[in-house]
Design a protein around this ligand. Structure first.
Ligand SMILES: *Cc1c(COP(=O)(O)O)cnc(C)c1O
Length: 396
């Protein structure tokens, strides 16, 4: 007998419910800011990717409004047909100059960028070697290709060397890694990964979603952090929805990369480009981060303070090196319960358990932003101390 839609939906949802994996997104009843309103409670927000506090920043909103008035509400067509406005091209030039790369192309999101770029570059006979903890959008992007796919151990240049030495090919070799890993907040050892990649003639592809606006001079990203920006054998992709506060993805690198993507990247060819308001807000974000170094300074001062205080209280922040600050709780249930208790104390931070992170390493992931005041962080730390003691995670 044919499966009905109701049967399919209820069976799938029951499966998720039974395994404790059913997601019900929390709803913010106020703008995305360091303090917001969730579930009827005023909260200190440690759950966003809004590193620089740009999501509700007046400079972004003003330029978004100006572009909206001048250029309209929508692009009106896919970019290759009639949807490329002057402001799209201007922003891409601004981004390439910021990144010091030969070219840059903007796509709808970080997710579609990985689909578009990996799908375009890789052909049958090519070899792609991917860090075992890479983001889901990379994994999906690689599924679209017929290249040979191999995994190397997380952030392990020696294992990368082993995989490259065991898989010789005349095709293109691509090493793929996140710049900053979203669950642990560690930075990929790009200098050593690129060195190994070069030894085997491989190109390095860095998804810098959590590094852009966070690392490198004026937030130019992980590739700049390691001084590799002028390398033609390094491709940077990333998102414009995290530190940059809006939405979008980009690919930046070799001078010819942009033109090939325009011709081949399927999300670029078959899905409409950004509305003018998005372009305006993004352009303001790039200006702001370069004109006012205070944003990054505050982000890092807050990051250092918050991590040091959590450690002093006795929490394990799992070796994180960036504003992504995990706090280890161990079992999934404990992390979820801690997240609930924190919310009751006015702190909004998400618990992450298996299968998002390995069994036994369930945690709460906090992201500190430039917008948090010392007062916000003190209050969050006081809540952590109470919850940690109640649950026996820290002593005292
Ligand atoms: C968040 C993220 C993405 C997706 O970016 P969006 O712009 O939100 O689609 C891609 N890659 C990595 C590593 C990410 O962390």
């Amino acid at each position: 007998m044919t499966t009905t839609l109701s049967q399919r939906l209820s069976a799938e949802l029951a499966g998720l419910r039974d395994s404790g994996l059913l997601i019900r997104p929390r709803v913010l009843e106020a703008p995305q800011r360091a303090r917001t309103h969730v579930g009827g409670v005023d909260v200190i927000n440690l759950a966003s990717n809004n590193y620089l506090g740009f999501a509700d920043h007046p400079a972004l909103k003003e330029k978004a409004a100006a572009y909206l008035r001048e250029w309209g509400a929508g692009a009106g067509a896919v970019r290759t047909i009639a949807g490329t406005l002057r402001i799209h091209e201007d922003f891409e030039e601004q981004l390439a100059a910021f990144k010091h790369t030969g070219s840059a192309l903007v796509l709808q999101s970080g997710f579609t960028t990985n689909q578009g770029v990996l799908g375009t570059l890789l052909q049958p006979g090519d070899l792609v070697v991917s860090d075992e903890l890479n983001h889901a959008s990379i994994i999906d992007g690689l599924r679209l290709t017929k290249a040979t796919k191999k995994i190397f151990k997380h952030a392990d240049p020696a294992d990368l060397g082993r995989v490259l030495s065991e898989n010789e090919t005349d095709g293109l070799k691509l090493v793929v890694t996140d710049g900053v890993f979203s669950m642990d907040g560690d930075i990929a050892p790009l200098d050593r990964l690129v060195e190994v990649a070069r030894k085997y003639g491989a190109v390095t592809y860095v998804d810098d979603a959590h590094g852009s606006g966070v690392l490198g001079e004026a937030g130019r990203g992980t590739v700049h952090h390691f001084g590799l920006q002028d390398s033609e054998d390094v491709i940077q992709v990333g998102t414009l929805s995290k530190a940059w506060g809006v939405v979008g993805g980009y690919a930046a690198g070799h001078a010819d990369l942009r033109e090939l993507l325009i011709n081949r990247a399927r999300p670029y060819l078959f899905s409409t480009g950004h509305p003018p308001a998005v372009v305006g807000a993004l352009s303001a974000a790039l200006d702001l981060v370069q004109q006012e170094p205070e944003f990054m300074e505050r982000l890092w001062a807050n990051t250092r303070f918050f991590k040091a205080e959590l450690a002093r209280l006795g929490f394990d922040t799992m070796g994180s090196e960036t504003p992504i600050t995990p706090v280890l709780f161990g079992e999934t249930g404990a992390a979820f319960e801690a997240s609930q208790r924190l919310l009751h104390q006015g702190v909004f931070a998400v618990g992450l358990g298996f299968p998002t992170v390995p069994r036994g390493l369930a945690r709460i992931r906090n992201i500190v932003t430039a917008e948090h005041t010392r007062d916000d962080l003190d209050q969050a730390l006081a809540a952590y101390e109470r919850v940690g003691r109640e649950m026996g995670v820290i002593g005292g």
